[in-house]
Design a protein. Sequence first.
Lengths: 245, 370
Amino acid sequence: MSANETTLKQARDGHVRTERTFVRFSLGQRWEHALFLLTFSVLLLTGLPQKYRAAAWSQYILATPQRLETIQKIHHIAAVLLITIALYHVVRSMVRLFQRRLSGEMLPVPQDLRDGVKMLRWLLFIDRKKPSFGKFTFEQKFTYWFFIFGTVIMILSGLLIWFPVLFTRVLPGGIIPAAKLAHSAEAIAAAIFVVMWHSYHVHIERLNLSIFTGRLSEREMREYHEREYERLTGEPGSPTDGEPE
Amino acid sequence: MTRIRRYLSPTLIISSALLLASFILVSPAFADDGPQQPRLQESECLTCHSQPGLQVELANGEELPLTIDTERLSGSVHERIGISCDSCHPDISGYPHPKLEYETRRELSRAFYLTCRTCHASNYIDSLDSIHADIAAAGQMESPICTDCHGAHYTQYPNEPRALISETCGQCHTEIFAAYKSSVHGSALIEQNNPDVPVCTDCHGVHNIQDPRTALFRTESPELCASCHADPVLMAKYGYNSDVYSLYSISWHGVDVGVYKANWPTIWHDSAVCTDCHGVHNILPPDNPASSVSPQNLLATCRKCHPDAGPNWTGAWTGHNEISLQRTPLVYYTNIFYSSFVPFMLLLAGGYVLLRIIRATVDRVRRNLP
């Protein structure tokens, strides 16, 4: 019996599941995420020793004044890259939204609040059934907008403390220490958020690599993005309600 | 009663006893010094040396005056405790004296002052570690020796009055002394004999004075100012804020300087220390219009390091003030946002994730139940 025949036989017997996959992210979006991940990590790693300069571990890393200069240079290069990615993302998304080539599903709508409440009711065992979502779950939208907000804060405050003399030609001087404080605090908030929230949702709850592979399996589509599945296939998306496949 | 008991405290009695014993034990040692040679009495020396106009010509033609002002001599600290001529001039035991083999007066002084170390050894050793000793080693013979500051025959307590200390330094450092005299510290010292303001030696040290132009001195200078300006009792006396140093050390400049101090104290850095903005010897109170940090002069002072700064720039300075709504509203609101709203959001997100973990665990357990 050849390998091919075995596969066919198993398929007939239902031993091998052939699963449809659905495109979730375009190649460009995957690149955007990869570059954002890279620059975010570099900025965090080069920023923390600067924030905690008075600490012993930071002084171990920044053992000479030259190292401090180097780490600042790397931070600035990564910052320029991140600003480029952020601008590209915002401009491209807006243009594509305007051209109606991008669905507006990521935009915040009042339904998100209702979804949040629904999720909370399910989490508190008030509702038995988990709420269903479209292309993006309540949590994914929250993640996206948290990062949008954080990135805007980091870019603006970062530029302010990078070019303080330039900006205070127009803006009040008090904005510089405020920007320094915001840059420092928002960085920590973002770091905590990534570790606690984002890494839970994409690593612990389930390993979701769709942002790298670009695709999501039929099972995951039905379980997590029920309404999107229904829209794409016209089939009922409701997961099997605990029934074994 | 309690007062008498305090006088009778054991520590006091023991220390007094020790002090007394030391006098008894030490004084014979002095007396024992030269029983073989008859000691020359001071009155014998003064028979000649009180004569006005007594002098001798040195090899280079300089006249060395030899007349002693007996009145001033009897008031000197040494005379008062019975130290007489031969203690410092041990080579002279009678007349005629040995010939003076010195080219110049300075050469003579530099040889004679070494006699100070017989009694003041630790101060002498300290002085060898000073910038004055360094420049003397480099060939500058005018560099001060003990007697230049303390005098030779008419030595007085160097700090009576306290202003005398700075005046003594001012004999050579005339320009710096002039600036100091008009400063908040110097004027209080000279006009009011204020006991709290620093005299030269409080910042520069006494006998082992170091070069204040080094990176090390610069890096450590804020701490020097802090030794008074971070003292709450002392600052309260004059209505000054004693938090200036602690607030400075968490400011942009202060953190920078702190890192250099901890890691590279001898590497030069340009981050501002106290004196860069307030001035060094000419420090004035910030509310004095002539002060380098008065509202009129502040921008010019910032521009020493930030030459392109515009008029708004001074508003960026928060180095000596707590965050407050009146002074720094932008920082105030940013601080509120990040110390309440953002932690609250993160706490909510954390609670949400926790609920998800609980729900997922419960669901999994339920699914596996028979």
